[in-house]
Design a protein around this ligand. Structure first.
Ligand code: HEC
Length: 183
């Protein structure tokens, strides 16, 4: 496959620019002043997530929302970042030929439409929480609640399988992640 490679340092710079606190070191702590309204918001969010589980259409809509805002398309959908996110939903999550190069070798964002089509919901809950090679932010995915992971799964399944498998990752001998060799 004709793989393009992008340099990770660029990603790191972008990440720094996004996370850098413009208020600098003198920023006031905001936790206390916001606690009074953050808690009810968090509670109503949980309540609506729970009620979604009784409505198949709303679960799927919630899964679509989660995929969109948690950035899965950024890497797992070809052309999504270059196209300012304007890729038709039917093409979402079909994997990408962009190779991510770093000390771990070269990885390609998986075709999730094919992967999830082959997994049961229970298998997905396990797979979603297993460590994965960079730059997959697996720690973010594993922090999702079961309800969110199920919503994400059902949305992807509602789209059906599409596309081809991505190129096979290559990695240097002996690359370890969290004391586990990912081969
Ligand atoms: C910064 C880019 C990036 C983002 C954002 C990202 N992924 Fe990934 N993802 C990857 C790459 C690259 C791989 C392949 C890693 C490898 O080869 O081990 C991967 C692998 C995976 C896998 C493992 C597939 C398998 O075979 O087990 C799953 C599941 C997955 N991603 C789901 C998601 C979901 C869901 C989201 C959104 C919440 C997401 N990813 C966001 C880049 C990304």
């Amino acid at each position: 496959m004709n793989a393009r490679s992008i340099a990770l340092p660029i990603l790191a710079l972008v990440a720094h620019a996004v996370t850098a606190d413009p208020r600098g070191v003198h920023a006031e702590p905001i936790a206390d002043s916001t606690a009074s309204f953050v808690e009810p918001v968090a509670r109503s969010f949980t309540d609506s997530a729970m009620s979604d589980l009784n409505d198949p259409a709303r679960i799927i809509e919630r899964g679509r929302y989660l995929v969109k805002v948690s950035g899965c398309n950024d890497c797992h959908t070809e052309g999504y970042m270059q196209g300012n996110g304007e890729v038709p939903t039917e093409q979402w999550l079909t994997g990408s030929a962009v190779g991510f190069q770093g000390p771990w070798g070269t990885t390609y964002a998986t075709n999730l439409r094919l992967l999830l089509n082959d997994l049961t919901e229970a298998e997905w809950l396990t797979r979603a929480r297993e460590p994965k090679r960079p730059p997959m932010p697996w720690f973010n995915l594993s922090a999702m609640t079961d309800a969110d992971l199920v919503a994400l799964y059902r949305f992807v399944r509602s789209l059906g399988p599409a596309g081809e498998s991505v190129s096979t990752a290559t990695f240097p001998d002996g690359f370890f992640l969290l004391n586990r060799q990912l081969v």
